[in-house]
Structure formats: C-alpha cells, structure tokens
Design a protein around this ligand. Structure first.
Ligand code: NOJ
Ligand code: NOJ
Length: 615
C-alpha cells in the first residue's frame, strides 16, 4: 500500500469493489481516488489564516509551506487563481463546504488589488495588478523578481467569473454584480489595456510574449463579454478580445507552439506552457477547429506530441518508455532550475489535456484527423489515416482511438503515481534521474492540478465559457489597447484608496560588484523599506541585467509617491551572509508633482567595496 493507514481502509474498500477493472486500471483508479482527497486537503492546508501548514499567513493561498530552499511562503497571483478555479469547480460540482474559501478569496483579492508594489499601484492606471507575488500577510514584496507577469489578472478574473456565473444561475445576481464584478472589472481593464505589452512568462524567467498568458487573456475577455451582458454592466477592455485572438495565432510556427516570443532566448520554444494553456481554456462545448487552441485542436495535438517527445530523451527516468506511453514532463528541456526536472503539475496536466480532448471528440461525435495531427495519432493507433471518424459502437475505429488516447492519458497519471511518495505528498518537482521529490514541498499548485485532472477523468467538466460566440479575429492584427477604468472594490472589502499619485522613477547606479553580490536601495519611504534592517524583505532590489564590462550598471524601474522628498542610499548584499554594506552618506530626491513625466536618476556607488566570503 502506498498510503498512510488512514487512507488504507478506504483503499482496500475501493479495491475490493473494483474487481471488474484490469489490474492496472484498478490500481490507478484507487490511487486517483485516494490522492484526489489528499490533494484537496493539501490545498486547504496551505490557505491562511487557518490552514494547518501555513501558520502566520494572512487570508491568502500560500504557494507552499517551504520557507527555505526554496522560500515559497508567499502568495502568487497565478498559483492562487488557478487553485481558486479548482475550488470554484469543486464547489459547483457539489462540495458546498468550499464556498467560504471563495468568499474569503474575493475579499482578500479585493484588498490585494489596492496594495501598491514595485510594479505600480491600482490608481490611476492599474499597473500594480501585474505584480506576481506578495508577502504571506498581503504586503508588498520588494525583492528582485521577474515583473510584471500579466497572466495573473486574467486568471483571477476567470476564477471569479466562473463563480459569478454560478451566482447568476442561483438567484444571487446582486452579489455577482455588486460585490464580485468590481474586482473582475479591474482585472479585465488591465488585460484590455496591457495585453499587447511584454511581461514575464509563467515560469517568471523570460520577458516577452507568453502563449499561456495570451491564451488566458483571450478567454478572460470573452468570458467577460458574456458575464457583463448577463449582469447588465459594462466590460471595459473586453472589446480587445478579437485582437488578442489574432495575436494568439502568431505563436504557431507551422510545427508546434513557440511558447515565448518577442524575446531573444536561445530555446526551441517547446514548453509545458503550451500544455497548461489549452487545459486552462478548455471548453466542453468548443469546436475543435476553434482558434482558441483547445485540447482537441490539431495544432494543440501536434504541439502536445512535440513537447512530450522533447522530454523522452531529456530525463533518464524516461529512458526506454515507448512512444505510446506517458513520460515525466517538465517545464522545458533547457531548464536549469534545480538542475531541470519533471514537475508533478505538468505531468498530470498532460493527462488532463488528453482527457479533455477525448471529452470534446465524444461531445462532438466526430474526430477529424488531418496532416497536422496525424503523427500524434500514429503513435497511439498505427492504423490511423487522414479522414473523418464518426462516433460509433464499441468496436468502431472512433471508439478504438478514444480508448487509445485514454490509455495514453492514464499512463501519464501512472508516471505521477510512480514518483508520489507513500504519504501522497506532492512537491513541485521530482528528480530527473532518481525520481525523488525535489524543491518546494506540498506545492499548492501541484495539488490543485491533481484535482482538476481527476475531475476531467471522472467526466466533470466546467460550463462553457462561450468559445462558440467568440468574435473572429480581424484580417490583420494590430497592437491596440483600451484604457482601463480602475477603482478599489470597496463592496468586496477593499480599502477606499484614493489617487496615491505615483511617478515612474528609474534608478541607475554604477557599482562594480563581484559575482554573487547584490545591490538594493534603502530609504525612508514604504517603497524603500523605511530604513528597515531586514533589507532582503523590505528594500527595493536592483537588477544587473544591463551590467557590462563597459558599465557596471545596476538598475530598477519603479513608482514612487508624487511630490515627496525622500532620503535613500544604496546597500550591497554580500554572498555568504556577511553584513550588508551601505553607502557612506544619505542621498535625497524630490519626486516631481502629480502628472509629471518619468525621471531617471543617475548615481555612482560611494562607499565601501565588498569582498566575496568564498563560501
Ligand atoms: C524562481 C522562479 O519562481 C522560478 O520559476 C525560476 O525558475 C527560478 N526563480 C530561477 O530563475
Ligand atoms: C515557480 C514557478 O515557475 C512559478 O510558475 C510559480 O508561480 C512559483 N514557483 C510559485 O509556485
């Protein structure tokens, strides 16, 4: 038995009832049933303030209880929204006890939207909504990070709109309109205003355009169009949906989806990004030729094969696994984070993708195999040819193909099972050579991803988000934008922040540093940590992205309160925990009055020079 004694009883009960299944099927069935319950509880344990694993957290969904190696004791907008989407779905499928978590999320996110942060603030133009993460108590996080990340507002809006749609159908449209919509509206405004600007991808590493982000941005605007109509409110930004759909097509290179574009990284572009995207926009009612890249779409399938195949040779634990069986899947093969390993949430996402595709073919009663998708099917059903397969009886080619795809899906779950410890705990990654769990323990997103996979396998599908009514893209794409309308969602619990007018300030400082040394700004304002000695968590980090032999440039692009006079200085963080080194004198800066243009401050480090601790 792979589980603790408390679940063993449930398991043996399930096993004894499942005699009709094959041995493999029976094992997997009972694993999924037990793990689904563990996973849902694993999520709830990581939600503050009462979650058993996150003592001290505020009312937020924490990414993981891990506080070091890595420190994930923060709330990420993306992780939290994807997790809340799962909770909303579970609630709608009948787990009514979960509604309190939804209500708490609405309130907490309304507050978080108003927290000014290094990406900016809610007022006047929504820039703060692009901040990727906050401290576990909901305060701003000042550390260096890949920001902004523009998937967060779209994903949060999607989770809240899915719940609002339920409210509407259950006699609570006033709550949807007055309490939830104002939160959603800020996020959709952000999407409509900034979708065409680059930002960091979901892995927080690449600045550019990310398929996953754009795909979810499109969904959010289409779903917003429908919800706004139902609630008789205005969606600012939703008019951008056709343009976003137009842009989405550009990620396809004729063979697969290039997950990151408008960037100059040296990678193939094959990335779990493009498997996670289709499952988060899955619509059971969608046509497979929809331009939204549904799981059953030929391009999505060709891409699925390309991405999965790239991992067959990347990890030694995948060696020798035949092409019709699932493997361990990671972010992208060039990954070096923890040496680059498979992730639980991406491996189960591969299974979910295939369950979704089968559900869509069965719902449409037809499968069109074309030149684009042929190779995907060949691996699973060698007799396949380019043609239309109509649904039929158990022995029809259509049903044989469906069973082959489902078996393929199950084999990805079996990989996740193989590397899941007896406790059922899901970390972020598992070792590419040994399969041993790695990186953050009890990752909330790993658990949420397991539950959504299990829902789809069990035939539980969220309601349509209206893909069939999505407006067609224009013949020529253009880089458009709709100015957003932003206001604190006070009815949901946001503080009534007023225009804390901010000015865009770029600090450039020349500071020759050794590899491993970092530079921060400390100062007398909230944004700069109010001279707090805990520099790491309160000061503003600079980036060495523009550092070169010619110019030892450290830089940060931030927002500071208009009209204030501030004191600040730069600090160096040493590499082995030696004390911080500060500049010898304070500097002063007067921020221009409200409405002023961006300013750039050019400084040169004046003070002690650091030495490596040689650790
Ligand atoms: C932390 C990020 O969350 C992760 O995605 C990234 O791979 C590492 N930093 C390395 O940059
Ligand atoms: C690193 C992942 O790359 C990123 O997607 C995630 O948001 C954070 N970890 C937190 O789980």
């Amino acid at each position: 038995m792979r589980f603790s004694s408390s679940v063993a009883g449930v398991l043996s009960l399930l096993c004894s009832q499942a005699v009709a299944f094959s041995l493999r099927g029976r094992d997997l069935e009972s694993f999924i049933a037990a793990e689904r319950a563990i996973a849902l509880q694993g999520v709830l344990n990581n939600i503050g303030p009462d979650g058993s694993q996150v003592a001290g957290a505020g009312n937020y969904i924490i990414a993981s209880p891990s506080k070091e190696d890595p420190d994930y004791f923060f709330t990420w907008t993306r992780d939290a929204a994807l997790t809340m989407q799962m909770i909303v779905d579970e609630f709608i499928f009948g787990n009514t006890a979960l509604e309190k978590y939804i209500d708490e999320y609405i309130k907490a996110q309304a507050i978080l939207q108003t927290v000014s942060n290094p990406s900016g603030s809610l007022l006047p133009s929504g820039l703060g909504l692009g901040e990727p993460k906050y401290l576990a108590n909901g305060q701003r996080f000042n550390g260096a990070w890949g920001r902004p990340q523009r998937d967060g507002p779209a994903l949060r809006a999607i989770a809240l709109m899915t719940y609002s749609d339920w409210l509407l159908r259950n006699g609570q449209s006033a709550k949807a309109r007055n309490i939830v919509w104002p939160v959603i509206s800020n996020d959709l405004s952000y999407v409509g205003q900034y979708w065409n600007q680059t930002g960091f991808d979901l892995w927080e590493e690449v600045q550019g355009s990310s398929f996953f982000t754009v795909q979810n941005q499109h969904r959010s605007l289409v779903q917003g169009t429908k919800l706004a109509r139902d609630l008789r409110v205005t969606c600012t930004g939703c008019d951008q949906a056709p343009q976003v759909l137009c842009f989405l097509q550009s990620f396809w290179n004729g063979k697969y989806i290039v997950s990151n574009t408008n960037t100059n990284i040296a990678r193939t572009g094959l990335d779990g990004n493009s498997i996670l995207g289709p499952i988060s926009v899955f619509d059971i009612d969608a046509y497979c030729d929809s331009l939204t890249f549904q799981p059953c779409n030929s391009k999505s399938l060709a891409n699925f094969k390309a991405v999965v195949d790239s991992f067959r040779t990347a990890y030694s634990i995948n060696a020798g696994i035949p092409k019709n069986q699932g493997v361990a899947v990671g972010r992208y093969t060039e990954d070096v984070y923890y040496n680059g390993n498979p992730w639980y949430l991406i491996t189960t996402a591969a299974a979910e993708f295939l369950y979704d595709a089968v559900a869509q073919w069965r719902a449409r009663h037809v499968l069109y195999v074309d030149e684009t998708s042929l190779a995907f099917f060949k691996d699973l059903y060698p007799d396949v040819v380019v043609r239309q397969y109509n649904s039929g009886n158990y022995n029809s080619p259509f049903e044989q193909i469906m069973r082959a795809v489902l078996a393929y899906a199950d084999s990805f779950v079996a990989v996740a099972e193989k590397y899941t410890p007896a406790s059922g705990a899901l970390a972020e990654q598992f070792n590419r050579d040994t399969g041993v769990p790695l990186s953050a323990r009890d990752l909330t997103w790993s658990y949420a991803a397991f539950v959504t996979m299990a829902e789809r396998r069990a035939g539980q599908y969220p309601r349509s988000w209206n893909t069939r009514q999505a407006a067609a893209p224009p013949a020529t794409c253009s880089a458009s934008s709709t100015p957003g309308v932003y206001a604190p969602a006070t009815a949901a619990g946001a503080p009534n922040v007023t225009i804390a007018c901010q000015i865009n300030v770029i600090f450039n400082v020349n500071a020759s540093t050794y590899f491993g040394e970092n530079v921060y700004i400390v100062g007398n304002t909230t944004e700069l940590g109010e001279w707090n000695a805990d520099v790491l968590n309160t000061a503003l980090a600079l980036s060495a992205g523009g550092y070169s032999a010619e110019r030892p440039l450290w830089s940060v692009n931030t927002f500071l309160p208009a009209g204030e006079s501030i004191s600040y200085k730069y600090a160096r963080q040493e590499n082995c925990g030696q004390p911080y080194l500060y500049e010898t004198q304070n500097r002063t800066l007067t921020i221009p009055p409200c409405g002023g243009a961006a300013i750039t401050v050019e400084d040169a480090w004046t003070g002690p020079v650091g030495t490596s601790g040689g650790c």
